[in-house]
Design a protein. Sequence first.
Lengths: 225, 225, 225, 225
Amino acid sequence: MSASYPEQILDDKDSSAPKTARQRERDAVILQAATAEFAAAGYENARLEDIAQRAGVAKGTLYLYYEDKAALFKAAVRSLIQPALQRLQERVMSAEGSAVDLLRASLQQIYGEIASDNARRELVRLLIADGRRFPDLGDFYHDEVIAKGTATFRMILWRGIATGEFRHSPAEEFPQLMLAPAVAFSNWKLMFGERHQMDLDRYVEAHFQFLLAAIRNPDAGSDRT
Amino acid sequence: MSASYPEQILDDKDSSAPKTARQRERDAVILQAATAEFAAAGYENARLEDIAQRAGVAKGTLYLYYEDKAALFKAAVRSLIQPALQRLQERVMSAEGSAVDLLRASLQQIYGEIASDNARRELVRLLIADGRRFPDLGDFYHDEVIAKGTATFRMILWRGIATGEFRHSPAEEFPQLMLAPAVAFSNWKLMFGERHQMDLDRYVEAHFQFLLAAIRNPDAGSDRT
Amino acid sequence: MSASYPEQILDDKDSSAPKTARQRERDAVILQAATAEFAAAGYENARLEDIAQRAGVAKGTLYLYYEDKAALFKAAVRSLIQPALQRLQERVMSAEGSAVDLLRASLQQIYGEIASDNARRELVRLLIADGRRFPDLGDFYHDEVIAKGTATFRMILWRGIATGEFRHSPAEEFPQLMLAPAVAFSNWKLMFGERHQMDLDRYVEAHFQFLLAAIRNPDAGSDRT
Amino acid sequence: MSASYPEQILDDKDSSAPKTARQRERDAVILQAATAEFAAAGYENARLEDIAQRAGVAKGTLYLYYEDKAALFKAAVRSLIQPALQRLQERVMSAEGSAVDLLRASLQQIYGEIASDNARRELVRLLIADGRRFPDLGDFYHDEVIAKGTATFRMILWRGIATGEFRHSPAEEFPQLMLAPAVAFSNWKLMFGERHQMDLDRYVEAHFQFLLAAIRNPDAGSDRT
DNA sequence: CATGAATGAGATTTCATTCAT
DNA sequence: CATGAATGAAATCTCATTCAT
């Protein structure tokens, strides 16, 4: 966890205590409950009473762990960001195989998260819906997830160029271009939920092929994947 | 404007109708104020009192024009969708020139709207933030804007294929792939506002070149644009 | 109309005008609409807008005819009292026949009004529900209807005593005793509406017979009616 | 207390239940305050703020004990019905003496309640004024108080007939006839309050004698009471 | 005279936050 | 530490009354 964030973000309530095991456990339960409620209802609509109930604690207890609703919200969002960050870091560095394979695997991981993990998607909803009130959260997300995520894809691109699989492209400057369809899909789900379905498998494959068409080195041996 | 939408969406308050000029003006002012407030604060956070004040009317006056807060919100969102829809329709049909030129012009129009028109972007924020409560709005947006927008880009793609400028690609099935970077940019602005700037001109050009790389027919005469 | 009432009651809006025919007509329509609304909804619940609509005039017009809601209410209640009063006076003085017949006819008239005439019953509801706020109305009702009504029945009683049909009884001092079952029936309807029905014909007959048993002179020739 | 009423009536807020002593006390205070306010102002006119103030609690506290204004009203009315019901049941079963004595004692009890107990009278006002909105309350009152009350008087009548004190009369079918003067008196007070006084003692005696005249068996030994 | 759009005080209800137990 | 009853500010919505047209 980089030290460049204001305490507000990373140390919201480190103020005093050495934290017993019991307390740490409670904290986790509360955070989980808060995450669920906020994701389901948004910042304004989430009721502290419901969070407390879901966590199995009294309303007042929340205030022993978090300054106020805003602090709880920020902690909840951070707790959503954390795992995404970790998974991201774990994978790439340990990756083996061709750049094309790595690219495909990385995309599939992303779609897997977006498609299956509600929390992951709702995180983006929260950042968009209530992010202006909590700019720290946006910054945190940007630096830890977006920046690192794009860096990762840039790496993959570079590796492919080095191996001759890929050619130079604008995506070197803007790796977002490679990820954009996944972002678009996420938005689609956020806006339309289950009401306007899409064939995800076909879409992912289309994304991948489209991307390859844009970056693959035409001189390379063609190993259609 | 298809007639398939429930009146709720398209005619929320056309019920009585005669409407004097004065009233029409008032309605417009209120709608504008509401749009601004909702865009700035979201559905929950927007206070009717603020909307009234911004519109220069009393709280009760709002209720002369709209059933309740939800109706006002829906009208506000609709008023944001409408112009997008119109601009969309105007342009494409009158298009001239090569498919490549048309593609570039269309992209530039979209980025122009996203980048400059706050309202256009905030509309998406509202649809993401509060859309679950008002699915009609999402459906309306999907059918009128998204569906037509993607159809338009598919047309362009087909025209290019017909002229030999473009080749077949997964974008025929998912025109979203062509637009995704613009969506990603929109999200970027929604999440980070002015805090993590991007060189928009370079980004747009990168998007365009990246897209061309994916769909251009390599056998065509190369006319770098 | 006795002069002993404050103008408030009898002359609520006589302030200025000579009243055109048109105005008198409008006044009547408004009063009728108000009466209906107040009877249906009570003072608090009745909306001036509904009264205006029912009368086919604009809301503001009501204020040309009545000071405010309270004045309109008082006028409405008075307009309900008036006809009861008139019918009362018309009948008795012109009555012919035996005291027993007169008593029966009078009772039947009362039940007829209570049972069939909603307005008549709702008047009592209004006097009970909202009367404390408008004591004038209660006083007016007391003096004009109750006092005169009981006086009437006392007359009948006396006439019967004079003819030898009736004997002396506590009802001479409290003629209410003779009318009480009708009052009880009215209350019944007010409290239970149509939910706990009563066989009215049998009840009226029971009331009459019960009353006769209490006041008939046992020495008189028995002419069962 | 028959079990045939929907919980809504009898158990409006017993849901969770454990209730500390402190809470029970608070509930009682609130209910008392509500009863007073509703009796004084009616359902519409009573302001929750006033009830809260009278109870010495904050506005929000009311909602900890009652769902909403309607629930509070229903509870208040029920709390008025309850004691009437109890006193009714206690007395009759323990009655001693002649039917005439029993009748007199019962009447006096009723008048005692009507005359002295404001709450008892105001209950009827509420049932008449606002009962249409809450038919459950009317039904409850009918079944628990009215039905049982009339049944009681029918019993007395039958006992008197059995002992030879009374003769057959229409009051066997409609015991209301025996009680009607008390109802009329209650109405009188509701409509005129203290403004048109009545000599209650003389009225009660008149009622009793009048009633006796209607039902006493003329062949019985005359023991003028 | 008549209108009905506009007002804004006021009523109910919610819920983040506090604090006595 | 934990509780959850109590608070009261704030938000939505209604409607009697006014007044420019």
